[in-house]
Design a protein around this ligand. Structure first.
Ligand SMILES: Cc1cc2nc3c(=O)[nH]c(=O)nc-3n(C[C@H](O)[C@H](O)[C@H](O)COP(=O)(O)OP(=O)(O)OC[C@H]3O[C@@H](n4cnc5c(N)ncnc54)[C@H](O)[C@@H]3O)c2cc1C
Ligand code: SF4
Length: 566
């Protein structure tokens, strides 16, 4: 009995990444004794960032991954982050196998902090137009919330996380509670001017990103300092200059004395009590002791990242829910979607030969969506945003090393033309035929059924790739950029690392799994606030929206708990 008491909490959070970190911060601030279950090893802020202060020459392979490692990890190797300085935060292919019914590059980070250590920190709000998208354009189901429901929660998370950005007054990309923005380069400013002259609706803005460009008291209280623009963020930042669970939400929650963080705890399933008609706890496989152990709580937040959240819920079967917890309509795992990152375009600009960049900017610039924003104007639905990055490099002898390299840099003392690079970030349409499911005949090393992923592009995506290439080529031409090279990489879905859906929000329990408060329609004390809850995908980088949805759902859950409704 004592042992059960010891394993009983007010709340359980599954996963310690971006959304789980927010869940535990909000729950513990509201005085709930909260257990965070994390499948990976513990990573403590600063002390567990082994590469953070290394110089380039201190890496055995100068940052590259050795060929045999790349051969053994074809999936992870396709992601730009899988390099010598950060590979220890990326899941290796053979450690956590899954089934690719169709090719899908599933990039994961299994440790305290999840992918919050690795992310590129781009953080844009969704707009009213995005939440209205499915209803307006007739796909997926209607969102049960509007922008105004989430706006105060965006502000709440932005102030705490620290988001830098410029107030651009664009209806398709609402402004937030911004710290001072980074600066556009001279070429980006020039491109912005050319776009404003040539088009009414195409804008070039500085990226909005989770970097502390001017610390506020709320950041120093977290022990975080100003970003020094080292651009080595994927190693973990010793100054807490960017937002990660490890630097921000988890230590904040720990300070309340209400958080217990349990690494090496692979959640197998959620326990459902048929008499009480609610979830009472979770079953955990302890990856160190190899024992199954149960923990209990009044409310459960599932924040294992979109596909693992689907996996856990589908694996949570009972007499009442033979197909997965809350899965009365059989739609769990379906209507998953992602962002279409297939196309890129590069060019050069011969102007500004006397200018270069000063220091490093851990941010890019951004072209917000301009297609089909206010009305349908193309033969595909929805649209795309575009990342933009401009830079120059010192021309040198590529073959030279050591002193010869130094000499070649000195002798030439020449800079390349400005390089202009962009990639598309397209919205994809969630469809029933894109799904994840369990293969119960194949177990992973932790005794969990393997996840089968069956996701593909469709005709809408193909048209969007074509349009991005055409439109960006035109825009680059208008700006006088030279040597324009566009490319459709044909990469499999996944490398956007923005997988979403499967446990979507909606108004009707017949066609959705979660209500407007991220509560399972059929099991009210279980909340899903990571990417699994997303009804549609918009074009924005999604994590800021997961943070805001999480904080909003916790606020609701705790009020309901107090009213004894859960
Ligand atoms: C290289 C890279 C660049 C990115 N850039 C951006 C960007 O610029 N902007 C943006 O918005 N997003 C970006 N993302 C995506 C972003 O990282 C994710 O959207 C975000 O981390 C999702 O938060 P989460 O809490 O759902 O998942 P995660 O942060 O992945 O956390 C999930 C946690 O759950 C744990 N877990 C999983 N299964 C279980 C289980 N069974 N039991 C217990 N624990 C479990 C995992 O170990 C992990 O710690 C990027 C990602 C990567 C890798
Ligand atoms: S760029 Fe800023 S946040 Fe990133 S590692 Fe450097 S100081 Fe830290």
């Amino acid at each position: 009995m004592d042992s059960i008491k010891k394993r009983t909490y007010d709340a359980i959070v599954i996963g310690s990444g971006i959304s789980g970190g927010w869940a535990v911060k909000e729950l513990t601030e509201k005085k709930l004794k909260t257990l965070v279950l994390e499948r990976g090893r513990d990573v403590k802020h600063i002390q567990d960032y082994p590469t953070t202060m290394k110089e380039p020459w201190e890496f055995e392979h100068r940052g590259q991954m050795p060929l045999e490692v790349r051969k053994a990890n074809p999936i992870a190797s396709r992601c730009y982050i899988f390099r010598e300085d950060a590979a220890h935060f990326v899941v290796k292919d053979d450690e956590h196998p899954y089934i690719q019914d169709k090719p899908f590059d599933w990039i994961r980070g299994y440790q305290t902090g999840g992918k919050s250590l690795l992310w590129a920190r781009q953080t844009q709000r969704w707009s009213a137009l995005d939440f209205e998208g499915p209803a307006r354009d007739g796909f997926a189901v209607e969102w049960p919330i509007k922008y105004d429901d989430l706006a105060p929660w965006y502000s709440h998370v932005e102030r705490f996380a620290g988001i830098s950005g410029n107030r651009d007054s664009l209806p398709q990309l609402p402004d937030g509670e911004f710290l001072p923005p980074h600066e556009l380069t001279c070429v980006e400013k020039y491109f912005r001017e050319q776009m404003t002259k040539a088009y009414k609706d195409r804008h070039v803005i500085i990226g909005r990103c989770a970097h502390i460009t001017q610390p506020q008291p709320i950041h120093t209280q977290q022990g975080r300092g100003q970003c020094l623009n080292r651009s080595l963020c994927q190693r973990g930042c010793p100054y807490g200059g960017y937002f990660s669970s490890n630097a921000s939400t988890l230590p904040w929650a720990a300070k309340t004395g209400k958080m217990t963080l349990r690494p090496n705890s692979v959640v197998h399933s959620i326990i459902y009590d048929e008499k009480k008609q609610k979830a009472t706890g979770v079953r955990v496989f302890d990856s160190e002791t190899k024992q199954m152990i149960e923990f209990y709580a009044k409310i459960i937040f599932v924040n294992a990242a979109a596909f693992n959240t689907n996996l856990i819920l589908l694996n949570s079967t009972s007499n009442r829910f033979p197909n997965g917890l809350g899965n009365d309509n059989g739609l769990m795992g379906k209507y998953v979607a992602f962002h279409n990152y297939r196309a890129r375009i590069n060019a050069e600009y011969e102007g500004f030969a006397d200018m270069t960049t000063e220091g490093i900017r851990p941010n890019g610039s951004y072209i917000p969506r301009f297609r089909n924003v206010f009305k349908q104007e193309t033969d595909f639905l929805r649209g795309y945003a575009a990342g933009l990055y401009t830079s120059r490099y010192r021309v040198h002898d590529n073959e030279a090393i050591g002193l010869d390299l130094k000499k070649s840099l000195e002798i030439n003392n020449k800079w390349s033309n400005w390089q202009v690079n962009s990639h598309m970030m397209g919205e994809t349409i969630p469809k029933e035929s894109n799904y994840v499911a369990l293969d119960k005949t194949q177990l992973d090393p932790f005794g969990m059924p393997k996840l089968k992923i069956s996701i593909d592009y469709d005709d809408n995506d193909e048209k969007m790739v074509k349009d991005y290439i055409e439109q960006l080529t035109e825009m680059f031409t208008v700006a006088g950029f030279k040597n324009i090279r566009a490319n459709d990489s044909k990469q499999a879905p996944g490398l956007d690392i923005h997988e979403m859906g499967g446990v979507r929000m909606g108004k009707d329990p017949k066609t959705s799994l979660l209500n407007a408060w991220n509560q399972l329609h059929a099991c009210k004390n279980v909340f899903v606030t990571d990417g699994a809850c997303m009804t549609s995908t918009a074009t924005q980088n999604p994590s800021l929206t997961y943070m805001a949805l999480t904080a909003r759902a916790v606020d609701y859950a705790v009020k309901e708990l107090k009213k004894r409704n859960l």
